[in-house]
Ligand binder design. Structure first.
Ligand SMILES: [Zn+2]
Length: 101
């Protein structure tokens, strides 16, 4: 009667283990991309990914859509310009700040 398999499937949390080495590597990649023409074009366009507002490039920071600590990568698809207001609303997720500011 009590033949139910002991399944833990439903209790697996959404949590990715990311080592410090990987975090450092992804942050380094983000720094390299920050210096790229691709990113400069993004800043020149001046559009915040989150609120779609237009900002001068100095008001924009680099934001990871999926934070590095949750397994996000520093790829062009995961990096978006983010205005300071949106960034401060989102920063509780990740201590990733613009080192240039
Ligand atoms: Zn914004």
């Amino acid at each position: 009667m009590s033949g139910l398999p002991l399944s833990k499937m439903e209790s697996v949390p959404f949590l990715v283990e990311v080592s410090e080495t990987e975090i450092r590597r992804e942050r380094q990649k983000a720094r390299e991309l920050r210096a790229s023409q691709w990113w400069k074009r993004k800043l020149a366009a001046g559009i915040c990914h989150h609120c779609a507002g237009k900002f001068p490039s100095r008001e924009l920071t680099m934001d990871h859509l999926v934070p590095i600590i949750r397994g996000g990568k520093s790829t062009k698809g995961n990096l978006v310009p983010c205005c300071k207001k949106c960034n401060s609303e989102r920063k509780y997720r990740l201590p990733f700040e613009d080192p240039a500011s």
